[in-house]
Structures are given as C-alpha cells and as structure tokens.
Design a binder for this molecule. Structure first.
Ligand SMILES: Nc1ncnc2c1ncn2[C@@H]1O[C@H](COP(=O)(O)OP(=O)(O)O)[C@@H](O)[C@H]1O
Ligand SMILES: [Mg+2]
Length: 342
C-alpha cells in the first residue's frame, strides 16, 4: 500500500502517539476532513475544537478505525490505521457522547463484558476492574444496576471501561456534552487525574472552551475539515494581544471623540451607553482614560476589562461562537455499524 505521494508506508514514524498525513474523508462532494497533517506526542492531552460539522468526530472515527479514510493515512501508537486496524483497536480506548452501556447489567458486569471482549484473562480482569472503579470513584455503586446511575455516573463508568484494557491512547468525543456544570467539573477532575498519574495520551473534542483551556496542553482549531491553528491555549490567547476595555457612560460619543483627538486607542464599537477599546495592556491605560473623561466632564459609571479567552480565539479563527447545544453525534450510527461487524 502506498500513500498519496507514492511513498511506502512501512516506515511511518512511531515517535508520535498520533501522526496523520494528508488524512482525508469525503462524503460524495462534501470534504469532511481535508488533508489533515497533525502530530500528537505521547502523554499529551490534545483538544480538537471546532464548530458543529467541522469534522472532529470524523477525524476521531478514522483514527479509531471505525470508518476508512478516503485518502491519506495515519498511525496511532505507531500502527497504521488502514493496515493494522486490529493493533490500533487494542491500543486505544474510546468514550463517545452517546451512551453505549447495557442498562440491565450492573456497573461491574458492564466492565466484565468489556474485559471479555478484549480477551483479558479473568484474574487480571478482576484486578483491572477494581482499579478503574477506584479511579472513577464508583466502587460503592459497582454492583447496582446501571439504570439507577445518574448521567455523570454513567459517563464515569464509560470512562473506566475505556481504560480497562490499559490503552495507550484514549479518545473522548464530547465526553461532557449535556452534563450539568457540576458533573462536568467532576469528570474533568477524573480526566486531569488520569493525565497526571499515567502516561496515557488523550484526544478530546469538546464544545466547552473552559474545558479545553483547563484540560488540554495543546488544541487544534478545526473548521471545514481543516486545521486553522495548533498551539497551547496560553499561546493562542496571548497571540490575540488584545484586552478589551468596556466603559459605561451616558456620553460615549463625546468620550470617543476626545480619545480620537488624543490619539488614544481607537474604540472598536460604541453603543448608546458603552464604548469598547481593544488595547494591549488594559491595566496601564485605565487611569488615563478616567482622567480624560473627567477633564471633559464625562461621567463614567463603570469600567470593565476582558482578557482574551479561548472562546475569543475560537471566534477569531472561525468567525463563530462555540455553542454546546449545537453538537450532535452521527457517531452513534458508526458505533452501531462497528458493533454489528464484530
Ligand atoms: N456518514 C456521513 N455521511 C455524509 N456526511 C457525513 C457523514 N458523517 C459526517 N458527515 C458530514 O461531515 C461533516 C463533518 O461531520 P462531523 O465529523 O460529525 O463534525 P463534528 O464532529 O465536528 O461536528 C459534516 O458536514 C457532516 O454532516
Ligand atoms: Mg462530533
């Protein structure tokens, strides 16, 4: 088998947990993933961020060998996703947004079933099940039927299940979508703990920017199947170089005119009661602005400063706000197909 440029694919580097080369998925005329080149190091928590339909699930589905690429290639844990799919599957764990847990079984039984599917010997399975139950904090409820579990507990059990066979790479597709904020933060804590205490590589897609900011050491912003930018959340925020100062006053126009005369930063917009300025260092400028306002008799009722967030970064690169409720999951379909194939 040969890659796009005709090179042999046997020598693909195993230096990276994940390496994609011109990875592409087309559905008819639609290019869901467009010549993706990406490397993810071992031990990274890597975030794929993008609006609904950007191609995140499709990327993960190809890397998990649930669907085949149209062209290009990738390795996961050094294994070729097309030619060594069975090795890939054994070295990964997957937690998808759709529940895929049998409600009639207990938590422990669900884990036993999974251990069976992965041919983990009984004695080892017992040990691993105890281990993951401890990790996700479900020891007390392990023998209760799944139907008595809350949404957050289910997700934790799924996370535990995804870890049972000690995967090198864990894929989490919107793992906290639809969970309430408190449960979401609980789950983050488990994921953070996992990243800190093991050498696992985690690839996560999320609609929650603060989640990506907190968990990921690097993120890729994806739009229309292409990578817009890859970097650490801190670098991405710093690159925007912009604090935004919002001044509330009854006379925004008068103040804006005076600021322009003084060649102070131009305001980016003003409404009936506010004026907003994009500046490099808000804290330094604020005393000056207040002084100018006082000099021309403009009363300022409030001043606030906004430092760039990952959401601003997202907006900058995609022109869109991230909205969690837009996320959907065509993956369920894929999962069902995958199960029928087994
Ligand atoms: N089985 C499929 N058939 C046709 N189009 C698909 C299929 N799966 C996904 N797509 C399309 O591919 C694009 C990327 O989808 P997806 O990877 O699910 O995006 P995301 O996970 O970022 O929301 C979307 O335009 C979606 O409609
Ligand atoms: Mg998706």
């Amino acid at each position: 088998m040969r890659g796009l440029k005709g090179q042999k694919l046997t020598n693909i580097s195993t230096k990276f947990a994940i390496e994609t080369r011109e990875l592409t998925k087309k559905y008819g005329d639609l290019i869901a993933v467009d010549k993706l080149n990406l490397t993810i190091d071992y031990g990274e928590v890597f975030g794929l961020l993008g609006p609904n339909g950007a191609g995140k699930t499709t990327i993960i589905s190809m890397l998990c060998t649930i669907i085949n690429p149209s062209s290009g290639n990738a390795t996961v844990n050094g294994f070729d996703i097309s030619r060594q799919s069975s090795n890939v599957r054994h070295s990964i764990g997957i937690v998808f947004q759709d529940p895929s847990i049998d409600d009639r079984l207990t938590g422990r039984e669900n884990l036993q079933l999974h251990a069976c599917l992965y041919d983990i010997p009984a004695e080892l399975a017992r040990k691993r099940i105890a281990e993951v139950l401890n990790l996700v904090g479900l020891e007390d409820r392990a023998d209760s039927a799944m139907k008595t579990y809350s949404g957050g507990m289910r997700r934790r059990l799924e996370l535990g299940r995804g870890l049972l066979h000690h995967p090198k790479v864990l894929f989490l597709d919107e793992p906290t979508l639809g969970l309430d904020p408190q449960t979401r933060e609980h789950l983050w804590a488990y994921i953070e703990n996992l990243a800190r205490t093991t050498e696992i590589t985690i690839v996560i897609t999320t609609h929650y920017m603060e989640e990506a900011d907190q968990l990921c050491n690097r993120v890729a912003i994806i739009d229309y199947g292409k990578i817009k930018v890859v970097d650490t959340p801190d670098n991405l925020k710093a690159a925007l170089k912009g604090d935004v100062i919002t001044i509330t006053t009854a006379q925004p126009e008068k103040l804006a005119t005076r600021l322009a005369e003084l060649k102070l930063p131009p305001h980016i917009d003003s409404s009936r009661h506010t004026i907003r300025l994009a500046v490099a260092n808000a804290e330094k400028l604020i005393p000056k602005l207040i002084k100018v306002a006082a000099e021309i008799g403009v009363e300022v009722s409030s001043v606030s400063v906004h430092h760039p967030t990952l959401n601003d970064v997202f907006l900058h690169y995609t022109g869109r706000e991230m909205r969690a409720e837009e996320a959907e999951s065509p993956l369920k379909k894929f999962m069902m197909m995958g199960r029928q194939r087994r």
